[in-house]
Design a binder for this molecule. Structure first.
Ligand code: AGP
Length: 609
């Protein structure tokens, strides 16, 4: 998704903007640009490509010299990636950067064309720039306010008016935007890592609020242009957390951070050996009457929901439906008053998940958000909220956020099962104590399986397609393994419930096809093994991820490669079993020469539909 930055202060503005944009690269982008006031004129430099291309261009055309400016990384939505479609975009007296989608841009563009305006780009953003210019009455706040009233869709905007060379304006609806403050300087950014080098103090801009930044500080007004006071927030993680700390990529750094991420997420929510979610607004009394649960999310977060379904149904005996947010929101889902809808999201800004949550609320459901990004839209609007305390996740491929989403799903399932009296306190204590041991088990897997995963990955790079198979929880986990591999290695893969193979998919098997099988659930291992034998006898190369207990009982030659993980409580096995799947994906990407942190065509935070 696009990234926005802005700066006003004593430093070299071009340098600050480019440096801040590097911290937003994780969002995915295909072009970049900056605009800076230089001697009261706005100088814009932009290009298709990466920030390195922008830096080269800045060197060749001359870096704008000044102290007030805005910058942008673009992830193309309207119009192909090109220099001309890159941001910033301008009207005669205004220059802007934009994240989001203006849904009514075609009618606004037609209107502006009818008024004699001409457009250079294919973007929806240029329409906003031209509309601001068209409506400009000498008063920036009034102008912004009246343009906002005409815009439909989502936007975060950084705006500069030619007549006000000492100011940057910012406004948002749906798309995230923060305003950072330090002594004598102010910033805007799509996300906190962009400003951490300069300050930890920031304000969260709310919907339709307008910020005016000067070197002396920031003022906020609401949509009626009435001044408002806002709470200053302080980031509780630092640059170090947002940097690679010696790892070659964020993805492998974040895989290694998983033991700590689980610990940080679960430990404050455990009291006297039992789950305690009171600080998240969840008590036994509050949840005991939920009869139906729907989990809504996208991508990896949805896969965490799949594991959640198995665990909640198993322990609390409450039916759980898992839905993809983009499907849920458009199909009149059956949600009744008194149902619980759980929304899982790392970013807390995923457009479909946010819309799905709002729909669930409209239908009278109670909503519980499981979110990583503090203060994000989903976090703020949910009735109940459990933060996954994974810290900033920078790699596009989610790893530590997923594992903390699982951890929270377990805690919630334990709590619900206690509330429903389907789990006794001693049994719950046993499960909680097994959960507490999981960080150690994950560390063990990282340490002991990495070399093997590295090696097996060298065998996968020539494959055109892979299958992941498993049953029950292992099937839920296979979905995540398959997505991880696809997104970073660009190798096609599918996950299948092992028992489904015979109903069609087995026809794909030949000796070119690797099959990754996950088998951690003792009672169904024999069934999965017989599926493995079926595909092996048709030529497939088998990579088996299984417990040490299962590995000991394996007959010779059943699998080509076996990745053993320690046997823990079986309900909790996805927490450890996902780690080799993540590492297989990571090392396959590396072996193919791909950048696993910024896979092609992908964005970290999908804030548009
Ligand atoms: C995960 O590796 C993906 N990048 C993606 O599927 C992601 O999980 C999905 O877009 C949902 O994002 P969210 O958790 O921020 O809502």
């Amino acid at each position: 998704m696009c990234g926005i930055v802005g700066y006003i202060g004593p430093k070299d503005c071009s340098d600050v903007l480019v440096s801040a944009l590097t911290k937003l690269e994780y969002r995915g982008y295909d072009s970049a640009g900056i605009a800076v006031f230089e001697n009261d004129a706005i100088k814009t430099v932009k290009t298709q490509g990466k920030l390195k291309d922008l830096e080269d261009k800045l060197k060749s055309v001359g870096k704008p010299q000044g102290h007030v400016g805005i910058g942008h990384t673009r992830w193309a939505t309207h119009g192909e990636p090109s220099d001309i479609n890159s941001h910033p975009h301008s009207g005669a007296r205004v220059t802007i950067v934009h994240n989001g989608i203006i849904e009514n841009y075609i009618e606004l563009k037609e209107f502006l064309i009818s008024k004699g305006r001409e457009f250079l780009s294919e973007t929806d953003t240029e329409v906003v720039a031209q509309l601001l210019d068209y409506k400009y009455n000498g008063n920036p706040l009034e102008t912004i306010d009246s343009v906002m009233a005409e815009l439909k869709g989502s936007f975060a905007l950084g705006i500069m008016f030619k007549d006000f060379p000492d100011r940057v304006f910012a406004v948002r609806r749906e798309s995230p935007l923060i305003v950072g403050v330090a002594e004598g300087e102010c910033f805007i950014a799509s996300d906190v890592p962009a400003i951490l080098k300069y300050t930890k103090n920031y304000y969260l801009l709310e919907h339709d609020e307008i910020a005016t930044l000067t070197k002396d500080g920031v003022n906020f007004v609401d949509e009626h242009l009435d001044p408002i006071e806002k709470e200053l927030k302080t980031a509780d993680w630092d640059m170090e957390a947002a940097e690679k700390s010696g790892y070659p990529h964020f993805m492998i750094k974040e895989i290694n951070e998983q033991p700590d991420a689980i610990r940080t997420t679960i430990m404050p929510r455990i009291k006297e050996g039992l789950p305690c979610l009171e600080e998240c607004g969840i008590t036994l009394e509050k949840i005991k009457n939920f009869k139906n649960i729907t989990i809504v999310a996208c991508g990896t977060a949805m896969h965490a929901g799949m594991v959640g379904k198995y665990v909640i149904e198993d322990l609390a005996r409450v039916p759980v439906n898992v839905d993809i947010a983009s499907e849920f929101r458009y199909r009149n889902p059956i949600i009744n008053e008194g149902d619980l809808v759980i929304i899982i999201s790392q970013s807390g800004e995923t457009a479909d998940s946010l819309a799905a949550m709002r729909l669930a609320k409209q239908k009278g459901a109670k909503t519980l958000a499981i979110v990583n990004a503090k203060g994000s839209s989903i976090a703020r609007e949910a009735d109940m909220l459990i933060y996954t305390l994974a810290g900033p996740e920078i790699a596009v491929a989610s790893t530590k956020a997923y594992i903390t989403q699982l951890s929270v799903m377990y805690l919630f399932a334990f709590e619900l099962a206690l509330a429903k009296e389907t789990l006794s306190e001693p049994e719950c204590k046993r499960l909680v104590s097994a959960l507490i041991k999981m960080p150690e088990a994950v560390s063990f897997v990282i340490k002991n399986c990495e070399e093997k995963c590295k090696y097996i990955a060298t065998k996968l790079i020539t494959s055109e397609s892979l299958l992941y198979i498993g049953r029950g929880l292992d099937y839920a986990l296979s979905m995540e393994g398959s997505l991880k591999l696809k997104e970073v290695s660009y190798i096609h893969s599918e996950s299948y419930a092992a028992g489904e193979l015979k109903h069609g998919t087995i026809s794909l098997i030949d000796n070119e096809m690797p099959v990754i099988s996950v088998a951690t659930q003792t009672d169904i291992i024999p069934k999965t093994i017989s599926n493995i034998v079926e595909v092996k006898s048709r030529g497939a190369k088998i990579i088996l991820v299984c417990t040490d207990v299962c590995a000991r009982g394996l007959k010779d030659g059943v699998a080509d490669y076996v990745i053993e993980i320690p046997h823990t409580d079986e309900l909790l096995m996805p927490i450890t079993a996902v780690v080799p799947l993540q590492m297989l994906a990571y090392y396959t990407a590396i072996n193919k020469g791909n950048d696993p942190d910024k896979p092609r065509n992908l964005a970290k935070s999908v804030t548009v539909e």
